[in-house]
Design a binder for this molecule. Structure first.
Ligand SMILES: [Ca+2]
Length: 179
């Protein structure tokens, strides 16, 4: 009898452990293989231009892709201008942890990825960035941050910063919620 009870308790502990593990998992709230381009705006559908160099903020490319038939290519020859495109804004909650991720293939210079948050009035909160560590191969880069107080949305930016000169591809971007 005692052994049976111990067995039952063990089962409960194991089940609780399983539930705990499941709730700690990452939940993908946005994913984009950058295949679907808005022909008029010349950005992936739902995206907007964040910054440009004389109208250049990159373009869809078939040259080096990680998924499907397209990636997003930025060729940034200027050390005084930045190129960037911003993902759609996805509903988010203050106090939860979010992770933006993108695959990058860097030929030269540095590729940046930003996570950023937005309040109900459209004010931008707590942007934070990461960058590639290798070149000439696909690398997934991540930036993780707790949503600041007042957060209603999260988004990411694919970016070539102002002082950077270089060329790089982005593909397969995601935003994850981490409990
Ligand atoms: Ca793709």
């Amino acid at each position: 009898m005692k052994f049976k009870r111990f067995g039952f308790m063990l089962l409960v502990v194991l089940l609780l452990g399983f539930v705990g593990a499941a709730s700690a998992a990452e939940k993908v709230i946005f994913t984009d293989g950058l295949e679907d381009i808005d022909a008029e705006a010349n950005v992936p559908k739902g995206w907007v231009v964040f910054s440009n160099n004389n109208g250049d903020y990159g373009s869809a490319s078939k040259d080096i892709v990680r998924s499907g038939s397209l990636s997003w290519f930025m060729d940034d020859p200027s050390s005084t201008a930045s190129l960037g495109i911003r993902s759609p804004k996805i509903p988010a909650e203050a106090g939860k942890i979010y992770r933006a991720a993108s695959y990058v293939f860097v030929l030269s210079g540095t590729a940046n990825l930003y996570i950023e948050f937005w309040d109900a009035d459209g004010a931008r909160l707590g942007p934070q960035s990461t960058k590639n560590t290798v070149r000439n191969e696909w690398e997934e880069i991540f930036v993780t941050k707790e949503a600041p107080a007042g957060t209603k949305f999260v988004s990411l930016i694919l970016y070539s910063q102002q002082t950077n000169t270089g060329a790089h591809y982005f593909d397969d971007v995601t935003i994850m919620e981490i409990d």
